[in-house]
Design a protein around this ligand. Sequence first.
Ligand code: CO
Length: 207
Amino acid sequence: MLENLLERNRIWSRSRQNEEPGYFSRLASHQAPEFFWIGCSDSRVPANVVAGLDPGEVFVHRNVANVVHSSDLNLLSALEFAVESLKVREIIVCGHYGCGGVKAATEDLPHGLADHWLEPIRRQARFHACELSQQDNIEIRRDKLAELNVIEGVGRVAETPIMRRAWRMGSDIRIYGLIYSLKDGLLRDLECTIRRSDMPVSKDQVS
Ligand code: CO
């Protein structure tokens, strides 16, 4: 298996180099992505591939069910680096329909550590129970919950001190919420974008 993977890597490297001589030395010198992507670890939703972006064009953080925990040092470190060093212009929180993590959050079965990780999604399910119960189809209900999880994630990113500091310093970074469909390969805008003007900063806030 591993040998097969390494062989595929050699073929890819050769063809990339042939298509664009100097490609790797150019990429090795620096990275200047415009996007920071927070997505699900699901193997079917690789950021670069589904967004049609080349290596170097998107800085990526992925976790199970693209949950934004306000105390996740992994995510926060990546976010801080993306915003303050890479100076990305757009942040994308991307969920997907048919998400196994969202499904696990709606089940009454033990999933080990994942149950701790997925707690914000359970909370969303409780908070929107009335709205969600209007839909009989459980798959559609879960897909709606996947959308709510993205919208919540966008809000949580916006509330981080990292984003508030960036906006206070004059940055116009925007945070978008997208959802990906495994069935047609399309990304949809959930229209929950948060930009600087949506987050008024009080004048007496300490910088
Ligand atoms: Co998923």
